[in-house]
Design a protein around this ligand. Sequence first.
Ligand SMILES: C[S@@+](CC[C@H](N)C(=O)[O-])C[C@H]1O[C@@H](n2cnc3c(N)ncnc32)[C@H](O)[C@@H]1O
Length: 335
Amino acid sequence: MNDVQLAGQMNQMISGYWTSQAVYAAAKLGLADLVATGPRSIDDLAAATGAVPDRLFRMLRALASVGVFTETAPRIFGLTPLAELLRSDAPQSQRSLAIMMGEEHYFVWGQLLDMVRSEENAFEKLHGLPIFDFLGKHPEKGRVFDEAMTGIHGRETAAVIAAYDFSDIGMLADVGGGNGSKITAILQHFPKLRGMLFDLPHVVDRAEPRLRDAGVLDRCQLQRGNFFESVPAGADAYLMRHIIHDWNDEQSLTILRNCQRAMQPGQRLLLVESVIPPGNGAFHTKFLDLTMMLIPGGRERTEEEYRQLYDQAGFELRRIVPTSTEISIIEGVRR
Ligand SMILES: C[S@@+](CC[C@H](N)C(=O)[O-])C[C@H]1O[C@@H](n2cnc3c(N)ncnc32)[C@H](O)[C@@H]1O
């Protein structure tokens, strides 16, 4: 790459938030839903969203230049495959993710410089509460967070099912299972399996109708609680996806030891996390790690760091099963 190309690449990095904020604004205005049945004029879209027509046009023109929406005729915009993902009802909808990241996350990331020079937590500094307490106090934000988890991690579910055989498990507990989409997909794939969804009470309340609509509620126990206090006993294996990365080592050990107490010797613990590889290579999770630092106060970890946590919490790390995505299944056995 020559100097001019390098400068162009750096320019794109520096202005990356232009695109993400424009995607956020389009998601928040619900533009993809408004053009779901066909292209509409700027005047129509502006009237439906309370926007200023000329400004909305300029924003959509910019988004269309990166493949999000398309101008099908002068000042008339429609969907593209990328814009489809901003529809609320798209199977892999990223709308809630765009809203969550464009709101709290965007402002929290603005604190990165200060945060690498302190031990403070940026989310608490800005919002006065730890993230999961904040979501409990603001149900609408909590609902967006639950849906955003499918936006950010949803495509990992199929990869986990393809990589790991759950068929010899009687009951699988999904600890911190959130909106229930993962345990639903696993139960649908393994018809003899029974499940347990455990999360904070308000999160399980929101998940319950989804499980009922998906027809798996009769095979899935719902358990409401706090994994810092205890984890329900009774399952044959315990799965946690993107839970331990939310927490520092001390908090992680509390959760893992509570799982250990709920489990019988020889039972399996399955952490579904990205394991940071050595070296400089591109790995999206190295940036997710910064989000963990700024928002819940957790961290992404290396294989050795997971091995140590397992060891200290009373598990033996047996193997790490890769998937077609960055995440792996870190299989441990309770001692
Ligand atoms: C990053 S989300 C992951 C959700 C889900 N496992 C997934 O992969 O999409 C973390 C989850 O932990 C839950 N959680 C946070 N604190 C908790 C607590 N003290 N007890 C139980 N669940 C908790 C949250 O409600 C949320 O659903």
